[in-house]
Design a protein around this ligand. Sequence first.
Ligand SMILES: [Zn+2]
Length: 420
Amino acid sequence: MKPGSLARVVLAAASILVQLSVSTVAQPAASIDRLAQEPAVKSALATARASEQQTLDDQIRFCEVPAPPFMESARAELLRKAFAGLGLERVRVDRVGNVLGDRPGASLHPHLVVAAHLDTVFPEGTDVHVRRRGTMLYGPGIVDNCRGLAVLVAIVRAMGEAHLQTPGTLTFAATVGEEGLGDLRGVKALFAETLKDQIDRFVAIDSDGANVTPRAIGSLRYRVTFTGPGGHSFANFGVPNPANALGRAIAKIADLQVPGDPRTTFNVGRIGGGTAVNAIPAEAWMEIDLRSSDSRALKALDARVQSAIDAGAVDENRRWGRQGVSVSRTLVGERPAGQIPVDAPIVQAAFAAGRAVGLNVVLAEGSTDANIPLSMNIPAIAIGTGATGSGVHTESESFDTTDAWKGTQNALLLTIALAR
Ligand SMILES: [Zn+2]
């Protein structure tokens, strides 16, 4: 099919979908080049470039307000003020702490949410002062995700200054709880509560790189605890030992065969327990992380890991011929898997927007705020900010400001394209 005819077919489909308010993306990638030539869009793209210094200033000032896991409220307040100052409507903070602001379109649908997460992996007390050297910025969180937040604000600014009207409605969101034990609680609340049943499309702007992530890696995380009576290492020898049971379980897990495609992984990340070298421990524990981009593969791995854990306790008790060790587990993290085909319009739009602004967008997979809509079959992607970063999630995190505005233009053009 020629690009032109493809565009017409998809456009026809788009209008039907909008009428039905069905949450399926239908922005033809081929029309993005034309979109980029519309006067108001051109003006917004020019603003995104011209206001790069303001974007960098925002990035630095967001970064210098700490946002450790579960403590995002001070940084959230900066975003609330930025959204309100740039004229977004109904600027609000929801129950879990997400900051939202609306930019109404000609109609309610399609309703696009563009999000960036507020939180960092860094604990309270981390020095978040940003240092500049030449074209480089250094500071924990300067890339992930202060650049994402700054780009989010830059999109709002550029659209506002260009007085850009969109057919669909936009909500900009700065979310809490994306990292680690935050367990996506912000975006989970967005879809289950704050904007329940309203969102047609979702884009997460996260970290560095010119990439699009249509594949969400799901994960399950457990803390597993083996317990027993304990005792003296010599006097009570023969009592089933929780450390032995833990070892037996880990050995079984380590031998599990998992698919390479879809990539499916397990990791025993932490172990502990016991009180002394000459005491039979009363407790031994591990933390384990299971991942896959395929929800069925993740479920299958989970079942086998649970069997291995149970067998660890059973085998230990059998070895000594008596009951003694038991096991319990707590789910400490759950991120659902999900994916959308590479030829889906929302993914193709991301490639096309990149091409239109001179960025080579590549495919990626990851675990981001987009996991939740992808697991619900709502068209969603995560994109990088287009810039170059390094040392993400370490205290030596750095950001290269060279031509960073291209990534802002990319995210802006994609936003405009998906809001129609
Ligand atoms: Zn991130």
